[in-house]
Design a protein around this ligand. Structure first.
Ligand code: OVV
Length: 400
């Protein structure tokens, strides 16, 4: 039931419910029909769902703050489970110093060096999948790719990498409400926290990775050693699950759209474009949070000070006011309004690395695979956190 009350446009939609997460796109359309900004009474938060308002909220960093926290928890009112991120959960001017250090990591030369290593790993994984013919693609093909190339690029020594996914679940689950599922996950918080702490230390990192480059900024006095450690933590927080889930959803989109797969298979140079379209159409990061810094009017509604705003970047990518046939997966679409990496001063700092992973993965797939088909039903993760698949059974045959 959606009604007007106290001039607020109100909805009882629960964006963290299993029903919503099973098919967010249906709810996005319902929310867009209600207006440019809606009050979600269950959580006492605002939500924006159109491309135009998503963009204006994200560009307006003085009224819509990040210091209030990256999730539902309102740092202006309550403490969070982990120390706030010093790049995500911070506003200018403090944000500029840490952001600059991270920006400098992704030079064309650094990306070129990554490309070589990423390509070798992607080709090995695709060859192994073809040899098997039928795979559970999430665990056997998709997960191992970021789980291998990402820690290697950061400069982490070999270790049992499963724990990274547990930590990622805590970070992204922690952006949502407290649920029994989350409390259960957090029973390992101490162990996982100690692990992440130890692995962000300078001494835990190789001399030639992205982590070491962050510590070089500390050596030059641009940041402290403690800050360098937290920036490495940001890397490990934001860099693994996001790409696993986005690559998995892109793979499913291709397997479910044989016409689009045929186009990519005939022209593997479209791999980057295919991943870009999937980042709009269906990818891991569907929403972000901002917190108001004061009381003001926005799109005809009066927002109060320190109120949370849920920013549905995934809905912006499906907004018919911004896209032609938004619900069509079209790898040749010209993407000029990408919101999948966010927008504005906090736009994904490692987006070029994410795009590189997607490009390299789907190029290897397109070069080597002939038939790509679903071999059963895929399943989505339904508890709060990133959008992603827990299973994706596929059949594939080699080209040669
Ligand atoms: C974009 C993002 C997601 C999750 C964690 C962080 C950043 C962080 O900086 O810790």
């Amino acid at each position: 039931m959606n009604v007007m009350s106290n001039t607020r446009v109100v909805s009882d939609i629960d964006p963290f419910s299993e029903e919503f997460r099973a098919d967010p796109f249906r709810y996005y359309a319902q929310l867009r029909a209600l207006g440019p900004i809606v009050w979600l009474e269950k959580y006492g938060i605002w939500v924006v769902q159109h491309y135009a308002q998503v963009r204006s909220v994200l560009m307006d960093f003085t009224r819509f703050s990040n210091a209030g926290g990256g999730g539902l928890t309102n740092y202006f009112k309550e403490p969070n489970w982990r120390q706030p991120s010093i790049i995500l959960e911070v506003d200018p001017p403090d944000h500029e110093r840490t952001r600059k250090v991270m920006m400098r990591l992704f030079t064309p030369g650094a990306l070129q060096k990554m490309r070589t290593g990423f390509t070798r790993v992607a080709e090995e994984l695709v060859d192994a999948a073809i040899a098997r013919g039928s795979v559970e693609a999430v665990s056997e093909l998709v997960q191992p790719f970021p789980m291998t190339v990402f820690p290697d690029a950061v400069g982490m020594s070999p270790f049992d990498r499963e724990i990274m996914l547990v930590y990622g679940g805590m970070v992204f689950g922690g952006f949502g409400p407290r649920t029994p599922w989350y409390d259960e996950l957090m029973s390992r918080a101490e162990e996982v926290g100690a692990w992440i702490n130890a692995h962000c230390e300078r001494s835990a990192l190789t001399m030639d990775g992205l982590g070491a480059t962050i510590y070089e900024a500390a050596d030059r006095g641009e940041i402290t050693d403690a800050e360098a450690k937290l920036l490495v933590r940001s890397f490990l927080s934001a860099g693994v699950d996001t790409t696993i889930d986005s690559i998995g959803l892109c793979l499913r989109a291709l397997a479910e759209h044989p016409d689009q797969w045929a186009i990519l298979r005939e022209d593997p140079s479209l791999a980057r474009a295919a991943f870009e379209e999937a980042t709009r159409y269906d990818s891991s990061s569907q929403s972000l949070f901002r917190t108001t810094t004061g009381s003001f009017e926005f799109e005809g509604q009066v927002l109060g000070k320190h109120e949370k705003v849920l920013v549905l970047i995934g809905s912006a990518g499906r907004d018919p006011l911004a896209w032609e046939e938004p619900d069509r997966f079209d790898i040749q679409r010209r993407i000029t309004k990408q919101t999948g990496y966010g927008v504005g001063i906090h736009v994904c700092v490692a987006q070029m690395m994410a795009r590189l992973e997607g490009e390299v993965f789907f190029r290897a797939l397109a070069e080597k695979v002939d038939r790509l088909e679903m071999a059963g039903l895929s399943t989505l993760r339904l508890h709060p956190g990133l959008r992603g698949l827990t299973s994706l059974p596929i059949l594939l045959t080699g080209k040669y």
